[in-house]
Design a protein around this ligand. Sequence first.
Ligand code: PMP
Length: 405
Amino acid sequence: GRPGCECNRCFSGPDCSVRKPNCTADVASGDPLFLEPYWVRHAASSAVVISGWHRMSYTTTDRLYQSVELENHIRRLHRAVGNAVDGDKHIVFGTGSMQLVNALVHALSPDANAGSPPARVVATAPYYPNYRKQTVMFDGREYTWGGTTAGWAVNNASRNSTSTTGGGGLFIELVTSPNNPDALLHKPVLHGSAVISDRAYYWPHFTHIPEPADEDVMLFTMSKLTGHAGSRFGWALIRDARVAKRAYDYLEQTSYGVSRDTQLRMLGIVKIVLANLNVVDKDIFAFGHDVMRTRWRRLNAAVSRSRRFSLQKIRPQYCTYFKRLKPEPGNVSGDETAYAWVECEEEEDQDCYEALLKENIITRSGVRNEASSRYTRMSLLKSDDDFDVLMERVTELVNAEKYDA
Ligand code: PMP
């Protein structure tokens, strides 16, 4: 247990070490508390004190909503990790990458006043469902939700490259790489679409880094990088100055930019990440990767004995950050990724979410990602306690399977 904190709902006792029997495992959300122990270890150095008179103005002394120092530290981090080319890009901050998704959809949409038809916002299934929910909510003159790319790929193949901006209207394609939920590295599928590349999970604790990403519009978030989801901080790297300006204007019009308290705290956090990079026992990616690898080993060891459930397989590839193959060859499948994309193999388990719910495991149905109900997502990002409870339930259900046979 953590000093001074409430126990996880499956634990009790003075130090939260007493397990409540048969507690339901909840691995639905992507809440990244697996990194909390890292920050407990670095509690003093990462603390930020903000006096009452600090950061009161709407803007910096240069009348900016964004801290230039934070921007420079983010650029240093991308260079040190080697996961994105930043030199030729503008940075726009957002209240989480969630706000930036809409800012960028707006920024890439044609000017509604010029009489252009609305852009169609699309994604390839299985995709992150909030893209759809958010776009449908704001749907209007500038853009509409266009569904999955599968519905457009055939039409699109017969177009020439200029016609995507012509009579048929523009496509804005949301590409998540590595993908949430299945962790594959995705590329755009529609020819000539404007692409928003969501790189939330493109950090060495979740994937191998084959090369720095260099797309026109890329999205990152502290939520998955350092685990500070509640601070609500994300940023976009944008090549085109006009697109960056439109995104920045969106931020100005919706919220006058990101909370300056948050920016100050994020600067402190990024400084600690940078100072400890490649330092033995202190590198956040080495820490995060170890947690993920250990969790995957345990989950795989249990699920590999099951005939009912299987996990996605990820082939080992060279990681430029750790300078070796990830996952290690001969090691388990599906190593290290943020989510387990579970497939139900048996005829009677048509609805994989329901099948696991009966075993007291709460997951997220693949139906939400417009995938088959045979799939469901387990988050491996939550706290150690949540993962331990998951392992108990999974082990029980796999053991029960064996006794049935
Ligand atoms: N994109 C993807 C692919 C995500 O998985 C998430 C969070 N689960 C987000 C964006 C939003 O993250 P945030 O708003 O916390 O930055």
